[in-house]
Design a protein around this ligand. Sequence first.
Ligand code: NDP
Length: 300
Amino acid sequence: MPKAQIIDGKAIAESVRQEITNRAAKLLETSGKRPGLAVVLVGEDPASQVYVRNKDKAAEACGFHSVKHTLAADTSEDAVLALVDQLNNDPDIHGILVQLPLPGHIDESKVLRLIRPEKDVDGFHPVNVGLLTAGERDSALVPCTPAGSLVLLKRTLGDTLSGLNAVVVGRSNIVGKPMASLLLQESCTVTIAHSRTRDLPDVVRSADIVVAAVGRPEMIKGDWIKPGATVIDVGINRIPAPDLGEGKARLVGDVNFAEAAEVAGAITPVPGGVGPMTIAMLMVNTLTAARRLLDLPEEE
Ligand code: NDP
């Protein structure tokens, strides 16, 4: 038995989705409107197809109006921009998500910047990035993976993270940077580590909260973890698993789970930790976007 509490992301995500389902039903009752999510997939990337299918299924399960647009890999940039423009102006759509990566001939940032910030449920538009960085989280749409990681932290440690040392390993725009902004707003003392950080093990050892978003299998070792720390492992890495059969693979995080679980106070598993929270937070963002666009007050 590992010493650490295992943070059950699957169960927490399920409770968030249940709450959103109830709130969407109430919205329908009071306003006759359903939150509307449009997911755009360009091309046939198998992983993206799975993500898009899961997002569409989750939205339907929450009682949302859900639309999936699947475009061929050779669709022109202009055609993708025209679709985003159409969705921007569709009153039944409150959230637009363009699945990344886009094929190479399409300028990703041009597409993402065209999405109305109020409908940008991925939280990648510079307006939302700016609002989050400026500490105006309540007017922003926050990227789903860091938002979900924060929910896991609060369900584990309670609502007050103030004064805790947090180390975020990774500085990507979709995970590391927004995660650091969120933790800073919670009054943590935040360090962002990356590939040029010196003495990374020592930096991680100073953390009460470690968020690993590196994309390197089991890079963070057990002896890097301060005893009792809370570890959120965002990484999803597929590694060969010959023990499961020829050509088989298994998913592991960026943290060596077996080692870290002997030292940490609490830790997320991979799979079953942060992963399920990402889709749950997409549902939260879509409902939030719908209420704002419909000019309904935020709920208690
Ligand atoms: P990126 O590749 O965009 O960023 C990785 C970051 O890790 C970079 O900032 C990089 O530093 C840093 N890094 C790389 N190597 C090292 C090293 N040896 N030491 C310290 N830092 C290092 O990845 P993402 O942020 O997009 O994703 C990170 C992980 O999270 C991936 O495994 C991804 O699959 C997973 N993920 C999971 C999601 C979920 O739903 N659970 C959602 C999104 C991502 P530098 O900037 O210096 O290059």
